[in-house]
Design a protein around this ligand. Structure first.
Ligand SMILES: NC(=O)c1ccc[n+]([C@@H]2O[C@H](COP(=O)([O-])OP(=O)(O)OC[C@H]3O[C@@H](n4cnc5c(N)ncnc54)[C@H](OP(=O)(O)O)[C@@H]3O)[C@@H](O)[C@H]2O)c1
Length: 242
């Protein structure tokens, strides 16, 4: 099994591919970048974000992987089409909360509009596969705004027709977040009670999400579009199969 993974990784490396990450400054994005750097699967990783990252304690430039940063204005993404050009694979871990965005429309702007426009530009720029982190319970018909927007963005990106489209729907992300998010903290306490039912019940460690996204990239999917629910993410992220 370990040998299989090693040869999958080596084959992938030989293809000299490049990728971009949206949301590399966020919790999942940081873990994803670290996982990609450690496994050196891509020859170039482009971080597309609204600000330049400094990586105070860890330099992502170490090793054979070239890391490029593109700072864009998400309100004028058409002006930054070049940043999305020439990548083989796109990873998206972008997102905000209604509280942080200040309004429902601000949340929709980021979690739907920015994501969809980025995916459109990436597709137009030659990107053949898109890996999108949404959320457990994503449903475009949900009565809850958060899950509805996640479902709508899944559908919107799906309509773009990427050669491969992988959706990751984690439940509550287990992470020591610097920023204070009382609702998330409360949810962690609440779902912690249910962890006796099973470790993948309604939560997943952030490193497992990152590892699952990377490991899954190495595998040929059965269908052009695939959805990994929390249990599959947990299993893949812990080193198992789907
Ligand atoms: N929290 C959970 O338990 C949970 C559960 C399931 C799914 N999810 C979803 O998983 C995804 C990743 O979550 P996370 O907790 O890893 O994210 P996070 O730590 O909140 O990071 C979000 C990323 O999006 C960027 N971003 C936010 N607002 C932006 C804006 N207005 N313009 C440009 N960029 C913006 C941030 O950039 P800056 O650093 O510049 O702000 C950051 O890179 C999100 O879509 C989230 O909804 C979360």
């Amino acid at each position: 099994m370990a040998e299989d993974m090693a040869s999958l990784e080596e084959n992938f490396r030989q293809q000299n591919r490049s990728c971009f990450i949206l949301g590399a400054s966020g919790e999942t994005g940081k873990a994803l970048l670290q996982e990609l750097m450690e496994r050196s699967l891509f020859s170039r990783i482009t971080l597309i974000g609204r600000r330049r990252l400094t990586f105070e304690d860890k330099a992502p430039h170490a090793g054979p992987v070239e890391v490029v940063q593109e700072v864009v204005d998400f309100e004028k993404l058409d002006d930054y089409a070049a940043a999305f050009r020439g990548h083989d694979v796109g990873y998206c871990c972008l997102g905000t909360t209604r509280y942080k965005a200040g309004s429902s429309s601000g949340f929709v702007r980021v979690d739907h509009d920015y994501v969809l426009k980025s995916a459109e530009l990436a597709k137009a720029g030659g990107c053949s596969q898109f890996h999108l982190e949404t959320s457990a319970l994503a449903d475009k018909n949900s009565v809850f705004l958060y899950f509805r927007v996640k479902g709508q963005v899944e559908a919107g990106v799906g309509a773009l027709g990427f050669g491969r489209y992988s959706i990751y729907r984690p439940a509550l992300l287990l992470v020591d977040r610097q920023e204070s998010r009382p609702a998330e903290w409360l949810a962690r306490k609440f779902f912690g009670v249910f962890s006796v039912i099973g470790p993948a019940f309604m939560s997943v460690p952030i490193q497992a999400v990152a590892k699952a996204m990377v490991t899954n990239t190495l595998h040929q999917p059965r269908n052009k579009t695939e959805i990994l629910e929390n249990k599959a993410i947990y299993s893949l992220g812990k080193g198992g199969g789907q």
